[in-house]
Design a binder for this molecule. Structure first.
Ligand SMILES: Cc1cc2nc3c(=O)[nH]c(=O)nc-3n(C[C@H](O)[C@H](O)[C@H](O)COP(=O)(O)O)c2cc1C
Ligand code: SF4
Length: 632
C-alpha cells in the first residue's frame, strides 16, 4: 500500500525544514474568524484537523497585513494581539508533525469592496469593474510603507512559531495587480517592464528574508494565467517564475487568476475548477514552470483523487500538491490513502466558494461536519441507542443513516427504488459528472460498511405510514424523500411529447425525443440535459423566463456550462416565456413578440418542490417519539 503512494509521502525540505510529505492544505478563506482579524477556535480546529488528516504543510486562509482593508471575517495580522492564538495553532499543527506557513496579502487591490470604507488601492487608477470605483494608485512612499507592513506581519508570524509565510501574488490581489500588465499601467520603476512590475513583490520577499532569516520558509503564490484581456499568459508566467525564484523564495505555488475576477468568462485554466472542468486543469501550467526552475513547485486546482496527486508527483510535474476543496469535503484526505479508508469526494459544486465570495460562513455540500470539527472530537455515542427509521435512500437519507449509525443507533433505511442513491443516480449519470458518481459510490460503500438494515423497493406513501409505524417499533423517524419536479401550468404540458428533464438522465431511449428538443428552464438540470442531448446528436434550444441563465449560481459554473453548450451549438434564450406547447412546436413570447420554435419533444426543467407529506404523516403518528426532516 505504502509503495503505491511513495512520492506523496516522501519528505521534502523547504528552507532547511523537513516537511513530512508532499501534501499541502491549500489556503482557503473560511469566513469563520472575527471581523477584527482574530483567529477563532473554530478555524484553528479546522486547520488542526487537516494536519491530523495528513497535510504535511498547512496554509491557512489569506491573512491581511494591514488593518481595515478586509470586508469579511478573515484573519488579519496587523497587531501583536493576534500572536497568542496563532502560537497555539502553530503548536498544535507541529504536534501532528506538520508545518504551517501563513499566507500574507493585503486585500483585493481594485477588487476590494466599498464596504471597507477605505479607498481601493491599486498600481493604477483603472476603474474596478465590480465596484465601479476608481482606485487610488499607490505612491512610491505608500508602496514602501506597505512593504514594511508585510515585513512586520512576517515577523509576527515567526514570533508565533510559524515555519514561514506564503506571499499571495495571485488571484487579482494587490501584488498580482502589480505583476499583471492588464492592471499595472504605471510609468515609474513599479510599472512597464516585467522587472519593474515585480519590484514591489521583490521588495516584500527581500524584506521578509532580511528580517526572518534563511530558515524561514517563504513561498510565493503566483498566477500563471489571467483570464483578463492583456493579462499574464502561460508563456510570460515562466519568465515571472524565473524572476520570483531569483528573489530567493523556497517554493512557487502555481495558480491562475480566473474565477475571482469580475465578469467571469470561461477559461480552461480555472483557478477554482467546477465539476464541469477538466480535472487537474492547472497542472500543465505548474509543469511548464517546474521545467524551467529549480525551486520546488506546488501544483494546485482540481486535484481530487490521491491517484492523480501521486501520478503528478511521480511524473515530476510538480514537487508538492495543494489540495483545497478535497480537504474541505474530507478532513482526512491526506491520511486515507495510507489507511485504505474511503475519501468523501468533493463534487466541484462551488457552494463553498460561492459562500466565500459572499463573505458568509464556509459550508460544504457533502461534508456537514466542515468547521464543526470540534463536535467530531467531543461528540460521545448517544447515551441510549434508538431504533431509527430513515425514509429515502438519497444523499440526505444516506448521510442521516451514517451519522445515526455512527452514534450507536439501530438504523433501518427504506428506499422505494431498487438501488440506493435517489436523485444522485440521475445527477451522476451524464458522462461529464464523474465527480458526482464518486460521491454516489462513496455513499453506497459507507452504508454497506455499517450495520444498517437497508430495505430496497419499499415505497411508503403518506396514507400507509401510520399503519407501518404501528406495526414496527421505531423511536425516531427521519424523512428524506427529496423533492418533486415542478410542472408549470403551460397549455399543452400534458402532451405525450413532454418529459421531465430529470427522467432522461438514466436508462432513457433518446430516439423517443425526435431530432429537435426544446428545454424549458435554464437552471443546472436544464443545461446539463441540453449538454447530454446535444452529445446524442439532438438539436437543442433552452428557453428561460428569467432575464439571465443560472442567475444565482457561481459565475464559473455559469461560464463553463454556457461554454460547453456553445461548443455543441445549443441555443440558449433567456427572457423567453413559453405560452403553449403544440405537436412539433413550442410558442414563446420574447420582447413582446410571439415566436414558434420547432420541437419534436419538450423537456421541463423548471425546478423542484419539496414534498413533506411523509414528514407530516409521521408527525401525526403517536407511535414514534421524534420526527425529523432531512434534505429538501
Ligand atoms: C472556499 C475557498 C476559499 C479560498 N480562499 C483562498 C485564499 O484565501 N487564498 C488563496 O490563495 N486561495 C484561496 N482559494 C483557492 C484555493 O487555495 C485553491 O487554489 C483552489 O480552490 C483550487 O484548488 P482545489 O481545486 O483543490 O480546491 C480558495 C478556494 C476556495 C474554494
Ligand atoms: S461545497 Fe462542493 S465544491 Fe466545495 S468542497 Fe464541498 S463538494 Fe467541493
Amino acid at each position: 500500500m505504502m509503495n503505491r503512494w511513495k512520492k506523496m509521502y516522501e519528505p521534502i525540505t523547504l528552507a532547511g525544514k523537513k516537511v513530512r510529505n508532499r501534501i499541502v492544505l491549500a489556503p482557503m478563506g473560511t469566513r469563520s474568524n472575527l471581523m477584527d482579524g482574530t483567529l477563532t477556535d473554530r478555524c484553528s480546529i479546522y486547520l488542526e484537523e487537516r494536519a491530523r488528516g495528513g497535510a504535511g504543510l498547512i496554509i491557512p486562509e489569506l491573512t491581511a497585513v494591514k488593518e481595515g482593508y478586509t470586508w469579511i471575517p478573515s484573519m488579519q495580522i496587523y497587531s501583536d494581539r493576534i500572536i497568542p492564538a496563532l502560537a497555539r495553532l502553530a503548536d498544535s499543527v507541529h504536534g501532528f508533525d506538520s508545518r504551517i506557513v501563513m499566507q500574507l496579502a493585503l486585500h483585493g487591490g481594485r477588487a476590494a469592496s466599498a464596504v471597507t470604507h477605505k479607498p481601493c488601492l491599486a498600481p493604477s487608477a483603472i476603474e474596478s469593474p465590480l465596484y465601479k470605483e476608481i482606485p487610488h494608485a499607490l505612491t512610491k512612499d505608500e508602496i514602501l510603507e506597505l512593504v514594511e507592513d508585510w515585513r512586520t506581519a512576517a515577523i509576527r508570524t515567526q514570533r508565533a512559531g510559524f515555519d514561514g509565510v506564503e506571499v499571495h501574488g495571485s488571484h487579482g490581489y494587490l501584488l498580482n495587480e502589480f505583476i499583471s500588465p492588464a492592471t499595472n499601467r504605471r510609468t515609474d520603476e513599479f510599472g512597464g517592464s516585467l522587472e519593474n512590475r515585480l519590484r514591489f513583490p521583490r521588495m516584500v520577499v527581500e524584506a521578509i528574508r532580511e528580517s526572518c532569516g534563511d530558515r524561514f520558509i517563504i513561498g510565493f503564490k503566483m498566477s500563471a494565467f489571467e483570464v483578463m484581456d492583456g493579462g499574464v499568459s502561460p508563456e510570460e508566467s515562466v519568465q515571472i517564475a524565473r524572476l520570483i525564484e531569483k528573489m530567493g523564495v523556497d517554493y512557487l505555488h502555481v495558480s491562475a487568476t480566473s474565477s475571482t475576477v469580475p465578469n467571469h468568462r470561461y477559461t480552461p485554466y480555472e483557478c477554482v475548477p467546477t465539476m464541469y472542468d477538466e480535472k487537474n486543469c492547472l497542472v500543465p501550467l505548474a509543469e511548464r514552470i517546474k521545467n524551467e526552475v529549480k525551486v520546488p513547485v506546488i501544483a494546485a486546482a482540481g486535484i481530487v483523487e490521491p491517484a492523480d496527486a501521486e501520478d503528478i508527483l511521480q511524473a515530476g510535474k510538480a514537487d508538492m500538491v495543494a489540495i483545497g476543496r478535497a480537504f474541505l469535503a474530507d478532513a482526512h484526505w491526506g491520511l486515507k490513502p495510507q489507511t485504505g479508508e474511503q475519501i468523501r469526494p468533493c463534487i466541484g459544486c462551488m457552494t463553498c466558494h460561492k459562500h466565500t465570495l459572499a463573505g458568509t460562513n464556509l459550508v460544504c455540500t457533502v461534508n456537514p461536519g466542515l468547521l464543526r470539527e470540534f463536535r467530531d472530537l467531543t461528540m460521545p455515542k448517544a447515551p441510549v441507542s434508538r431504533n431509527v427509521l430513515i425514509i429515502g435512500g438519497g444523499p440526505a437519507g444516506m448521510e442521516a443513516a451514517i451519522q445515526a449509525s455512527d452514534q450507536g443507533h439501530k438504523v433501518t433505511l427504506v428506499e422505494k427504488g431498487e438501488r440506493l442513491g435517489g436523485e444522485l443516480i440521475k445527477a451522476s449519470a451524464p458522462p461529464f459528472k464523474y465527480r458526482t458518481r464518486m460521491l454516489l459510490e462513496y455513499y453506497r460503500r459507507e452504508i454497506s460498511a455499517r450495520p444498517i438494515e437497508v430495505r430496497l423497493g419499499c415505497a411508503l406513501e403518506a396514507d400507509q405510514l401510520p399503519q407501518f409505524l404501528a406495526r414496527e417499533s421505531f423511536d425516531v423517524v427521519v424523512t428524506a424523500v427529496g423533492a418533486k419536479a415542478s410542472i408549470p401550468p403551460i397549455p399543452g404540458v400534458e402532451r405525450e411529447t413532454v418529459y421531465k428533464a430529470g427522467d432522461i438522465f438514466e436508462g432513457f431511449d433518446y430516439s423517443r425525443l425526435g431530432r429537435s428538443v426544446v428545454i424549458i428552464g435554464a437552471g443546472k438540470v436544464g443545461m446539463e440535459a441540453a449538454w447530454l442531448l446535444a452529445d446524442q446528436g439532438k438539436q437543442v434550444h433552452v428557453v428561460e423566463s428569467m432575464p439571465e441563465v443560472l442567475p444565482g449560481d457561481h459565475p464559473s459554473i455559469r461560464a463553463t456550462l454556457l461554454h460547453q453548450l456553445e461548443e455543441r451549438c445549443v441555443k440558449v434564450t433567456p427572457g423567453c416565456k413559453v405560452t403553449q406547447i403544440l405537436d412539433g412546436a413550442v410558442f414563446v413570447e420574447k420582447d413582446g413578440e410571439e415566436l414558434q420554435l420547432p420541437a419534436d419533444s419538450v423537456l421541463l426543467a423548471v425546478g423542484y418542490q419539496a414534498d413533506d407529506s411523509l414528514y407530516r404523516a409521521a408527525l401525526n403518528s403517536s407511535c414514534v417519539e421524534r420526527v425529523y426532516e432531512a434534505g429538501d
